[in-house]
Design a protein around this ligand. Sequence first.
Ligand code: GZL
Length: 321
Amino acid sequence: MFKRISALIAVGATALTLAACGGGSVSDENAITLGFSQVGAESDWRTANTQSIHDSAQNWGVELHFAEGDQKQETQIEAMRSFIEQKVDVIAFSPVIESGWDEVLKEARDANIPVILTDRAIDSADKTLYRTFLGSDFVEEGRKAGRWLAEEFAGSGGPVNIVELQGTIGSAPATDRKAGFQEIISADAKFKIVESRTANFTRAEGKEVMEAILRDHRDIDVLFAHNDDMGIGAIEAIENAGKVPGKDIKIVTVDAIRDGMQALADGKINFIVECSPLLGPQLMDLAQRIVRGERVPARVVTEETTFTREQAEEVLSTRQY
Ligand code: GZL
C-alpha cells in the first residue's frame, strides 16, 4: 500500500513539476514539446545541467516539460510514461543508472515518440531505442585523471596509496571513470587503490565517507573523486583530520564546477578533468532536427578539457557554472 501511495505522490509531484514547467513561457503554437526526465539535484554539475536545459528551451522556443528524478530510476520512468501519455514530440533523459530502461523506451517507440539519451549512457543492447546519445566520454575522463597522476608521481618509487570516491554505483560516469583511471594506473605497480567506496556524487556523502576512510587508513597519498562535489566534501574531512588537502593528500577530481575550480586555484585540489554540463543548446538543436525528420549522428561527444592550478586562476572569473 505504502509503495502505491508513494508512487502516486511521485506521479503527483511529477505532474506538479510538469504543470509548473510544462506550461512554459513558450507561446508559439508551432513549438515542439520536449519531455525531459532528469537524474535529480545531487551536485552543482546537475544544477548547471538543469539550468542549461531550461535556458536553452527558452532560447530555442521549445516547450519544456521537465521532471526531477530524485536519483531514483522509478521516478524517472514514471515521468517518461507521463510524457508518453501527454504525447510530447520528443523525450530526453539522463539515466541515473545504466540498466533497466528497455521497457519504457519500447513504450516510447510504440508511441512513435523519439528519444534522446543525454549525459549518461545506458547498457541496452537495442540501439534503436534512442535516436542519439549526447554526452561526455567518461572513460577518457578517467584516463585523463590517471595520466595526470602518473606524471605527478613519475619520480616517486612508491607505493602511492590511492583512495577513490566513486559516483553512484551502476551509473555510467562512475563505471567508466573508474575503468579509465584503472587502465592508466595499472601500468605501474606502485599505484595502489587502498580504498574505493561510493559517495553518490554528493558533497555530504563525500565528507562522511572520507571521514570513515581516514579513520581506517593512516597513509593516504592521493584522492581520486569521480566529481568535484565529493572531492569538496572530502577536503573538509581531510582538514578536520589535521591534514593539508593538495599537499599531504593530492586530489584529482572531475567536473570543473565553480567551487571545484576555486579549490583548485586555492591549491586544495591539484587537477580537475572537465565534464561539461552545458548540454542544453545541443539538446534543443538535436530535438528540433529529429522532429523535423532529419537524420542526426548516433553519438555526439561533448568538448572538454582539463585544468591545472594556474589555468584555474586564469579562467575562474569567466566560468559559466
Ligand atoms: C556526468 C554527470 C555526473 C557528474 C556529477 O556527466 O552525469 O553526475 O560528474 C553528476 O557531478 O552528479
